[in-house]
Design a protein around this ligand. Structure first.
Ligand code: SIN
Length: 190
């Protein structure tokens, strides 16, 4: 698959003729919206787990020295807590550009705290995209994040801000917290 997913997402017609829809954010979209939304609410999606397995060439790293950012990988029984945004399709251009480094739009049911469920969109980078990095040890992932930096800033800020946002949501996410802890320990000895 081409590394730039802008066109593929642009051609995805789902929700295009809806006046409003839900967007699920699980990475930077939790703590840094940067687009207009009508309202937002914490939500959970099932069958997916958050992993720092996607390379970032355009935000938190460069093509020569990619950073690591969050994507979702399928795992039956898993639950991923994030933030759902009520948006209009006018925001698609902004989102497609922001998530262009390998992320594709998927439709998924979102579960809200009051028990209601709604179908919406989520951007996911799957293992067949050219920026995919995949699994590595907690130490190796934390070290790569420690040294990476891109046009949107240091990779470490992405991870530490995400961990803080997840704690504020009371999210159970051992992968993110383990990497944030290791990263903080590495930073403390710089
Ligand atoms: C998301 O936040 O939902 C997608 C990944 C990212 O932009 O960090």
């Amino acid at each position: 698959m081409s590394i730039d997913t802008t066109q593929a997402n642009h051609e995805d017609g789902r929700f295009a003729n809806h006046e409003e829809l839900w967007l699920f954010g699980y990475g930077s979209l939790i703590y840094k919206a940067g687009f207009d939304y009508i309202r937002r609410a914490p939500a959970t999606i099932h069958g997916w787990q958050r992993r720092f397995w996607q390379g970032s060439h355009d935000h938190r790293g460069t093509p020569d020295a990619p950073g690591r950012v969050a994507t979702l990988v399928e795992r039956p029984g898993a639950a991923c807590v994030g933030m759902a945004y009520r948006i209009t399709p006018a925001v698609f251009d902004h989102l497609d550009h922001r998530e262009k480094n390998g992320y594709l739009r998927f439709a998924t049911p979102m579960h809200f705290a009051d028990g209601h469920v709604e179908e919406g969109l989520v951007y996911i980078a799957t293992s067949d995209n050219a920026a995919w990095l995949g699994d590595a040890s907690v130490n190796a992932i934390a070290k790569q994040i420690q040294r990476s930096c891109g046009p949107s800033g240091p990779n470490r800020d992405y991870v530490l801000d995400l961990a803080e946002a997840l704690r504020a949501l009371n999210a159970d996410d051992s992968h993110v917290y383990a990497i944030a802890r290791r990263l903080q320990a590495l930073i403390d000895t710089e």
